[in-house]
Design a protein around this ligand. Sequence first.
Ligand SMILES: NC(=O)c1ccc[n+]([C@@H]2O[C@H](COP(=O)([O-])OP(=O)(O)OC[C@H]3O[C@@H](n4cnc5c(N)ncnc54)[C@H](O)[C@@H]3O)[C@@H](O)[C@H]2O)c1
Length: 437
Amino acid sequence: MKTPRNIAPAQGKLGVLLVGLGAVSTTTIAGVFAIRKGLAPAIGSLTQMGTIRLGKRTEGRSPKIKDFVDLATLDDIVFGGWDIFEEDCCAAARTAGVLEPALLEKIRPEMEAIKPMPAVFDQRYVKRLSGPNVKKGRNKKDLADQLVADIRRFKATHNCTRLVMVWCGSTEVFMKEGPVHQSLAAFEQGLEQSDDAIPSSMIYAYAALSEGIPFANAAPNLTADVPAMLELAARTQAPVAGNDMKTGQTLIKTVIAPGLKARLLGVRGWYSTNILGNRDGEVLDDPESFKTKEESKKSALDYIFQPHLYPELYKDLSHVVRINYYPPRGDNKEGWDNIDLVGWLGYPMQLKINFLCRDSILAAPIVLDSALFLDLAKRAGMSGIQEWLSFYFKAPMHAKEVYPEHDLFIQLMKLKNTLRYLKGEELITHLGLEYYD
Ligand SMILES: NC(=O)c1ccc[n+]([C@@H]2O[C@H](COP(=O)([O-])OP(=O)(O)OC[C@H]3O[C@@H](n4cnc5c(N)ncnc54)[C@H](O)[C@@H]3O)[C@@H](O)[C@H]2O)c1
């Protein structure tokens, strides 16, 4: 046993502020309400269902994660958020069409009580959307100040001891890091001058981080992953995680690809296509928003296969990703993957995967987990990029000098070892020689 890290207790209410009360957010919120009432199980959530092995395999110690580390309980969570539409959370959940009306009816009062605060929104960054519930301001700094006022008001009204913010808003247009993102001073000047390189999502991230609030980005936008935001997070000791939740097709990709790589099977091509009919699908139908998503979805294979180390297996891999907006399917996404493999002596094979998934049903438990783990990180005095939360993201944030870890199994080991480290338990290396000495 090593010295455990000092972790402040999870006392009082945790406010979870979600930007965008769309399909993912309302499914997360409704899920927490339903689970609290014992109406449904928390399937898919590591914080609620996961266990963690401690010590040797002979010790038989595998507590639930939530009993091992002090996490906020579901009863202690209060939700709030912003959206460009005025409908309350219950109506928004009905619009999203993910959950059965009968389930929503059972949690209607709690859901109706959550009304979106007016959003910071500019249609130049999400071309396919427009809505009435939008703030006006002198410049982007003024808008950030209004968000800070919202945050403080929410905290006081709901008597929260801590807050966490998760961007669950639409995917914004593709942007690259520019001069205004390089330092906090440049960024703050950019806010005053309403610099075009500052999209709405960055204004939210700035507001949260300047209050020392942990921030996660569930979408692929360039939001908190720039030097200016990391400088701010270091200054205010705020933990940050992202980008783009790993749910359907990419989740499966980061399960299958490490297996093929482990057996040194070559891959010549990986063709991924999706049909999706929700509002997210509609937003992604815009080429500029799709570009943001495409970049995020495509990076995983390069890092897992390491073509620079295995050129004969992966150098010329053709990786294609498509998303087609197809309204009849709603939130029930269908993904197809065709993988062209190469085996012993260069003989070709094929693997086909057809995943009929539910986008927001896969996303909700990991929004919950990231919020609870970020709150833990904050109480444990961890700030800046939380690489141990890579497990949840398609394009994980990482230190400049290292490559991101995409392999789901390494990510899970990293996450659990971080929890062991925080509690002063031995890290598990899976060496296991001691059983045979
Ligand atoms: N569902 C998944 O499996 C999944 C996985 C990874 C990432 N994501 C990402 O999560 C995000 C949310 O997905 P969704 O399915 O809930 O989409 P959605 O369209 O149902 O919800 C997004 C909501 O954000 C709101 N919004 C947009 N810009 C805003 C702003 N500036 N301020 C406040 N609200 C704003 C929209 O009005 C909408 O209600 C998307 O970016 C999506 O790409 C989803």
